[in-house]
Design a binder for this molecule. Structure first.
Ligand code: 1HN
Length: 346
């Protein structure tokens, strides 16, 4: 027995020197009966992190930082700039009068505005206002810069949640980036242009609806909230999800971007959600209200502006103590495209 062990160890040493390894030693880890995420369920309480985000405003300018962001790192994925294996999350701060300079990259980004109303983001020549609860996309390879009103114009610090596909793009060695020659890209379309073209249940007459990226950049919260509110008043209530909608590419009905899905859901006061799980690890941002999220074995009491994450295949129960609205995003389009997505309503 010991002889065989020694013999095998020697043999493993020999094959390692040839850049090979024995599958039989790792087969059970490589092909588990169900996902065993290294990512953990975790919560970032806004009350704990807001001051730290604000402090960064006194330590570095947006110009120097390029993007002044504290990213939220999953405690099970240290040093990987990952909140889930595929996705990144960060809290970005822009102070009055600042500009975060224009650039573009292959990574896709979404912005979910958390606090402050005076900033804008420019995407492909159009400036889009940023208001709390708005969902805004910066598709792959689109020029983008952010700005804020000056203090004299009433500018206030603005904080948003960035969601990007950084880890998966990094893992696939697909990162390309460029800086725009000027700090800001020129404004080429008037404010409201993309909403007028794409958010009125109409499309430009010759629009070709085959792009996997939404032509609509901004999904303002007042419209989202009204939709959820109407459905709720009309009696819609799923026992798992409450009232839940998915953000769509209006030209195709598909996801807003090829790598990230986003959702908004309303949970009425007293809602006690049934157990759910899915293989898309999901980041939640609390828009309004308060409640309890049970994620795997963990119990998170959440309040407005908190952020929490559910790993792949972790069970999730959502309870609301008062009327609650949750934004969430995940890598669902990737899993769907690869025919890997599984979900279970328990
Ligand atoms: C980026 O371009 C932004 O444009 C935010 O606001 C976060 C993280 C990594 C790489 C690029 C932005 C980012 C980023």
């Amino acid at each position: 027995m010991t002889d065989l062990k020694t013999e095998r160890a020697e043999y493993y040493g020999q094959i390692r020197r040839k850049n090979m390894a024995p599958l039989w030693e790792s087969l059970h880890n490589l092909v588990p009966p169900q996902p065993r995420p290294q990512a953990q369920a975790a919560i970032w309480k806004y009350a704990d992190v807001r001051d730290l985000v604000m402090q960064s405003g006194g330590l570095i300018t947006a110009e120097e930082a390029v993007r002044r962001v504290l990213f939220l790192e999953n405690p099970g994925l240290p040093d990987k700039a990952s909140i889930t294996p595929a996705l990144y999350a960060g809290l970005q701060l822009i102070m009055p009068g600042e500009i975060a300079p224009s650039h573009r990259h292959t990574q896709s980004a979404l912005r979910f505005i958390v606090e402050g109303s005076t900033a804008y983001t420019a995407v492909d020549g159009e400036r889009v206002p940023m208001k709390p609860g708005d969902f805004i996309i910066t598709p792959s390879w689109t020029w983008h810069d952010h700005g804020n009103k000056s203090a004299q114009e009433g500018g206030e610090p603005v904080i948003w949640l960035d969601g990007l596909d950084i880890p998966i793009v990094y893992h696939l060695d697909q990162g390309f980036a460029e800086n725009y020659p000027d700090r800001e890209q020129p404004v080429q379309r008037q404010a409201g242009d993309s909403i007028a073209r794409y958010a009125q249940n109409m499309l430009p007459v010759r629009h070709r609806a085959n792009n996997p990226t939404s032509p609509l950049f901004s999904y303002p919260y007042d419209r989202t909230r009204e939709a959820l509110d109407t459905l709720q008043r009309n009696g819609e209530l799923d026992e798992w999800d409450g009232v839940k909608l998915r953000y769509a590419n209006p030209a195709t009905g598909g996801y807003p971007m090829p790598t990230m899905a986003a959702f908004m859901q309303f949970l009425p006061a007293g809602f006690c959600g049934r157990q759910y799980r899915s293989t898309d690890a999901t980041v939640y941002s609390v828009v309004e209200g308060a409640g309890v999220a049970k994620v795997g074995g963990r119990v998170f009491e959440f309040a407005a502006r908190d952020i929490f994450v559910a790993p792949s295949w972790a069970t999730v129960n959502l309870d609301a103590t008062v009327d609650t609205v949750l934004f969430s995003y995940s890598d669902r389009p990737i899993l769907s495209a690869l025919d890997l997505l599984r979900e279970e309503r328990i």
